[in-house]
Design a protein around this ligand. Structure first.
Ligand code: G3P
Length: 222
């Protein structure tokens, strides 16, 4: 499973990149607002950083009309080869995705909350499809079931879209997305950091260091 970071904050992306586990980045207008930087400059900085790993960065359109979405998608994807246009799942959005697919422009269809919506996005030629797991959980329903359903539909018919589990809120979401067969999971930086944590790793490491320190200095290389 590919791991993307769901953030527009460059320092977070640099940190995750240094761990060698980062395959891409997703942003949205809310995350862009949090970054507080010029949108194009920020997307280009992210693009350059993850481009070294052949990763993609998703930049979201804000027009509600098909023509406007297409125009914005053409613009953002013209900035660099690894930028993907993020487009909301509306009828106008799907029309835009379908046209952009014909032009070879990659899209990430966002705000997906049902299997039928995802099926339509697959048929329209979306590159990535983003089911929002946490926001479904917030309504008292099982968000991960949508990921399982989309993976099953994709595999059953052989659609090429990649299922990108989004709105992940905690490490168990990541494990469950991997077990569901999601192609990609996009995570807030805080969730990625929590994936490292285990108290037995910490205590085990401390015990190794303590025991190592009991060896006579002349008998160890470092
Ligand atoms: O990738 C979508 C994500 O940014 C939404 O997450 O936590 O606002 O539901 P959240």
């Amino acid at each position: 499973m590919k791991i993307f970071l769901d953030t527009a904050i460059l320092d977070e992306i640099k940190a995750a990149d240094a761990w060698g586990v980062l395959d891409g980045v997703t942003t949205n207008p809310s995350l862009a607002a949090q970054a507080g930087r010029n949108f194009k400059e920020n997307i280009l900085a992210i693009s350059a950083l993850i481009g070294e790993r052949a990763g993609t960065v998703s930049a979201e359109t804000v027009s509600l009309e098909t023509d406007g979405m297409i125009e914005e998608a053409r613009l953002v994807t013209s900035w660099a080869d690894n930028i993907v246009a993020k487009i909301p799942l509306t009828p106008n959005g799907l029309a835009a995705v379908s046209q952009l697919a014909k032009e070879g422009i990659r899209t990430n269809v966002t705000l997906v909350f049902s299997a039928n919506q995802g099926l339509l996005a697959m048929k329209a030629g979306a590159t990535y499809i983003s089911p929002f797991v946490g926001r479904i959980d917030d309504t008292g329903h099982d968000g991960m079931q949508l990921v399982r359903d989309l993976v099953e539909i994709k595999n059953y018919y052989g659609y090429e879209s990649e299922i990108l589990a989004a709105s992940l809120r905690h490490p168990l979401h990541v494990t469950d997305a991997a077990l569901a067969g999601a192609d990609i999971a996009t995570l807030p930086f805080g969730v990625m950091k929590k994936m490292f944590g285990h108290p037995l790793t910490d205590s085990g490491l401390q015990r190794f260091l303590d025991d190592w320190a009991t060896i006579d200095g002349s008998m160890r290389p470092f």
